[in-house]
Design a binder for this molecule. Structure first.
Ligand SMILES: [Zn+2]
Length: 294
């Protein structure tokens, strides 16, 4: 028995310390309450994401810059992306496609976005939930072509990078638009499941879907299988005032919570990366999602 243990069981010490014990106990409860208010999701971000490049004007630097400012006000920790190498991108995209992007003016920022996604996935793998506040988006990029303001598939690149340590992956794509690039990359890979909530309605009847129907599809994504990690393609254009016209700001917090709870099956390993979302309320929706995701 060590000295400390021996002393603890001596009665005078124990009774004499009872009030101290209660004090410590109540302080630890206070501490726990305080800790639960401290944001723990890490935000992956760097100045490079604010670069302006030729694109549809809706995809502009303010999307991430204003969101970053809002998250800083909320007290979140920021982490710089670790640069991806060509091998990371080549795991997903063919040489022709990479060369095509390289010849365009988008290569640097597209690689930086992929880097942010990888950094988020690696943090999640270590038990730290993360959100990559990146642009350009990526979920319309397949192995050999891309459209819809996407160049490299950030989610697929991140998932393939961590694959040796996370065999079974659940990807939930909450962007308004179907993540065709991600689905095509993982088609035939039975250990990666991609769920596009708005698009898996049995009648493909998105326009008459209500919020509860949408949320139910996210919940059901966690029903059947076990996963090693959950990745979220977090697009915010399903927002009520954006193109999708469906979800309120508070619904994004609910979605974040549902995914956070669902990920407890895989020890809370979860990360999210920004896809679309073009309304000026984007920063509020991102903050709302991350609050729930925390
Ligand atoms: Zn979209």
């Amino acid at each position: 028995m060590t000295f400390l243990q021996a002393n603890f069981f001596k009665e005078p010490f124990f009774f004499g310390s009872y009030s101290s014990f209660l004090f410590i106990f109540s302080r630890s409860n206070e501490l726990n309450a305080l800790m639960s208010q401290v944001p723990c999701v890490k935000i992956i971000y760097c100045k490079g994401y604010e670069e302006r490049y030729p694109a549809n004007p809706v995809e502009n630097p303010d999307r991430v810059r204003l969101s970053m400012e809002e998250l800083r006000k909320e007290g979140y920790d920021f982490v710089e992306p670790i640069y991806a190498c060509l091998d990371d991108i080549s795991r997903v995209h063919g040489k022709e496609h990479i060369d095509r992007v390289r010849r365009s003016s988008h290569f640097a920022i597209a690689s930086l976005a992929a880097s942010g996604a990888i950094t988020a996935a690696e943090l999640a793998l270590q038990g730290e939930p993360a959100f990559a506040l990146i642009r350009p988006p990526g979920h319309h990029a397949s192995a050999n072509r891309a459209w819809g303001m996407c160049y490299f598939n950030n989610m697929a690149i991140a998932v393939q990078k961590i694959r040796p340590k996370a065999k079974r992956v659940l990807i939930i794509d909450i962007d308004l638009h179907f993540g065709d690039g991600t689905v095509s990359i993982f088609r035939g890979d039975h250990r990666v499941r991609v769920v596009n909530p708005g698009s898996i309605d049995i009648n493909f009847d998105y326009l008459s879907m209500d919020v509860s129907g949408y949320l139910a599809q996210i919940k059901s994504a966690f029903k059947d299988d076990d996963y090693d990690i959950v990745g979220v393609s977090a697009g915010f254009d399903t927002y009520i005032k954006d193109w999708g016209g469906l979800l309120e700001t508070k619904d994004y917090e609910t979605i974040g919570e549902m995914i956070s709870e669902g990920s407890q099956k895989c020890h809370g390993r979860r990360f999210a990366i920004l896809e679309g979302g073009y309304h000026p309320d984007l920063p509020l929706n991102i903050v709302s999602f991350i609050k729930g995701f925390d």
